[in-house]
Every structure is written in structure tokens, then in C-alpha cells.
Design a binder for this molecule. Sequence first.
Ligand SMILES: Nc1ncnc2c1ncn2[C@@H]1O[C@H](COP(=O)(O)OP(=O)(O)O)[C@@H](O)[C@H]1O
Ligand SMILES: O=P(O)(O)OC[C@H](O)CO
Length: 484
Amino acid sequence: MARYLLAIDQGTTSTRAMVFDHEGRVMALAQQEHRQIYPQPGWVEHDPLEIWERTQAVVRQAVARAGVVPADIAAIGVTNQRETTIVWDRRTGRPYYNAIVWQDTRTAAICDQLARDGGPDRFRDRTGLPLATYFSGPKLKWILDQVPGVREAAERGDALFGTVDTWLIWWLTGGPDGGVHVTDVTNASRTLLMDLRRLDWDDEILRLLGIPRRMLPAIHPSVAPAAYGATRPDGPVGAAVPVCADLGDQQAALVGQTCFEPGEAKNTYGTGCFLLLNTGATPVFSRSGLITTVAYKMGDQPAVYALEGSIAVAGALVQWLRDNLGLIARSADVEALAGSVEDNGGVYFVPAFSGLFAPHWDGSARGLIIGLTRFANRGHLARAALEATAFQTREVVDAMYRDSGLRLTALRVDGGMVVNELLMQFQADILGVPVVRPAVTETTALGAAYAAGLAAGVWEEPARLRQYWQEARRWTPRLALNSS
Ligand SMILES: Nc1ncnc2c1ncn2[C@@H]1O[C@H](COP(=O)(O)OP(=O)(O)O)[C@@H](O)[C@H]1O
Ligand SMILES: O=P(O)(O)OC[C@H](O)CO
């Protein structure tokens, strides 16, 4: 009997494939980065075909490294950077344009125009989201309006839209040769085009944005016992394996951290930083600048919702110190540099490279470094960069408290930055609650594997998965700060 689970985690900076066993243990990992394309200030693109190539490569490597035969893989779960928008030709698989990445701000004028006509919160009631450049709908409108021939192709039925999950599942299940065109409720909830309660595309918003419905994927549960489709045996997996889970990466991390009860929360520190609070079967609408999103939907069961604080720039600021300023050679070096000074020396960063997301939603904001004196050195800049992530998280935690009345007792964390001891300790200090890291920090891939295993019957119910969550590290606050 097939015993292993394959998770594909297509993130902003890299693509990972991981094989897990039926107790959630990591068997193998393969990872490859892809190019970040910055054609103009504020624009961020990826090459969709490069992402598909990287995905194929890491899947082949992970399956080989795990030493399992492909037929022993019970199910595949896909998880992805959310909102990033791709439009391609169903006849050839050729993208009409590069993927427009979630951080890209080119749709500011579209959002401003829509807000002038009905206010920045005109779709919040139906979609859970403010009008912002972050979401897919305005990006799709930009492609339809700006790239010659795409609107006609969409109306003919030749052009398909998808977020990265949709793009990968289409290729995995056959591409131009019968690939399925699907997404899940979590990814669809990031488009600004889905009605959050009905879990279906909203025809009025589609009309206002001029988006032909026929180019949109079918919306499915995140855990799909019937599977969206099977992989092509001649593809990278090497067998016909059901693809039966699909979740946005932050929702997958919530599942990977086993936050299945209302009131449970996690914060993922990657390129950006995303705090999600499970609010149960009813969507909670924020008055404090958070967004309302689908956390997951398991088969026929009702959807579970979350409040989310999205921070656009966290690890991306460390990358910027490395790539744009040359202050460090590797991301990990930021810790030693920040540790070379006692404190921030009065220096603060506001990394509004993509405007500011939660809780401000100010698309016109741009980055700042303030508090510079002759005293400030490279160490102070590094320290201020790390502190910016912790301060932004504090703002989001405060907003979450205002919205839900829920005071955190501890914060579960994961993502690429949580190896940074200095940051994690400062985060505990600035929040005034313990910060807790689990043994498996690859919670995004783990969540996709859990979802696939639940769909395939490897585990009967989510509660079973709690036994695998293990605390590996805890930072307790050293400063007495209030969290409201
Ligand atoms: N030791 C470290 N300290 C601070 N930031 C780090 C460290 N190691 C990696 N990072 C940052 O973490 C991010 C990568 O995390 P990851 O979870 O893989 O991101 P994503 O899923 O967004 O691609 C990068 O932005 C990198 O700069
Ligand atoms: O790929 P990550 O981990 O940077 O996550 C990106 C988010 O999904 C954007 O909403």
C-alpha cells in the first residue's frame, strides 16, 4: 500500500519538494531558487516556465533522495506563494506574460480608480479584502488591458488564468494534453474575485473588473478526497499519483502547525511575514486593517476561516541588505552583524518596498531608514532590519487583539527567518509573550502533506496530527511590555 506523501511548496524565492512518511517525518527535501525579475521600480515578476522547470527538477530529486518508488506515494499536496498571477494559452502552455508577483505594485492606478468609484472597502464585505495591489484581480485586469491579444484569447476560451497552484496542477496533470484547470478556496480567497461565504466567483466584481468568467479555474476544497486529477506517469513524479490537496502557503503553514481550533495562531517569517488566526466556521470581518481569508476546507465539511495580518517585507529586507547594499554575503550573516552592536543605536527601518500591507494598506508608502547619526554603523542597520520584522508583527498582533479580543498566550512561528535567535528573542520581548518553534520548521510543506494525507485517508481526522507537533525551542520575553 502507498505510504508516502509528496508536498510541493512553490514559494516566492524558491521551490521545495518534500517527501514525508505517514507520521509526518521528513524523508527527503530538494530545493531550487528562481529568478526575481524587477523590470521597473515597484514591479516584481517571475518566469512561469522557469517555475515549472524548477518544480519538475525538485520533485525528481526529492523522490530519488527519499529512495521510494513513485507508486508508493499515496498522494500529492501543492502549496504556493499566493496572489501571484499567471495567464497562459491552454493550447500550448505558453504564458502570455511573466507571472506578476504578489509584491508588485503596478496596479496602484487600477486600485485607486476602483476606490474612487466606491471606496477602498467596497469589496471587503464580500471578499474579506481591501482594494490593494497585493491581490490577483487587479493584476489579471492589468494583463487583460495591457498585453495585446489576451482579452480576445480569454473571450475565445484560449487564455487561462491561475495562481501558481493552478499553473502547477495544470502541468502536473497533463498541461495542454488534458491538464485540469482548478484552484482551491484558500487561493481563490486571495483574488478579490471570490465571494467568501458562497465560495464562488462573484459575477458583479468580475463585471466591474472586466474579467471573463470562462478564463477562471473551478474552485475546489483544499482537501479533496476525490482528487483534482492524477499526475502523468511520464511526468516528474514518474507514476499516476492523485493530486488531492491544494492550499495557499500561509494556510498550509497553519495546518502544518496544527492550528485547527478557533483562537490558534501562527506566524510565518519568510520573504514576507504572515500571521493567521483560526476564527472557525464564521468569517470575522476586521475593523483594524486585517484581512479575512479562508483557512481551509476539508472535503464536504464547512470552510474554516482566518483573520490574517499580511506583512509584505520581512526576510526580503535581509535579502535587500545582501543584494542591493552588499552589507552581508549570505542572509544568515545578518545575525552576527546585528549582534555586533548592543542595540539599534536609534536607527529604524520602515521597509515599505511594496507600500504597506496590514494594518495600513497604504499603496503609496515607500521605504524609510530613520534615526541616522554619525554613530550609526552597519551593525545598527542590520539590527534595525531585523527589528522591523518584529515591530511589524507587533502591530498585527495588536490589530488582531482589537478585532477578536483574543490575547495571545504564545506565538507559534516557522519559516526561513526563525533560525535567527536574535530576531526570535527580540520578537518575544516586543510582544511580551513566548515565541515557540516546532521541531519541523518546514510547516508549509508539512501542511500540504497533512492535507494530502487527510484526503487520501492516511489520517482519518485533523486531530490525529496534533500528536506529531513537538516544541523544539522557546524564547521567553525579557522586557515587560504590554501587548495592547
Ligand atoms: N538567518 C537568517 N536571518 C534572517 N533572515 C533569514 C535567515 N536565513 C534566511 N533568511 C530569510 O528568510 C527568507 C527565506 O525564507 P523562506 O521561508 O524560504 O521564504 P519563502 O517561502 O518566502 O521563499 C529570505 O528572505 C531570507 O533572507
Ligand atoms: O512564498 P512566501 O512564503 O513568501 O509567501 C508569500 C505569500 O503567500 C504571499 O501572500
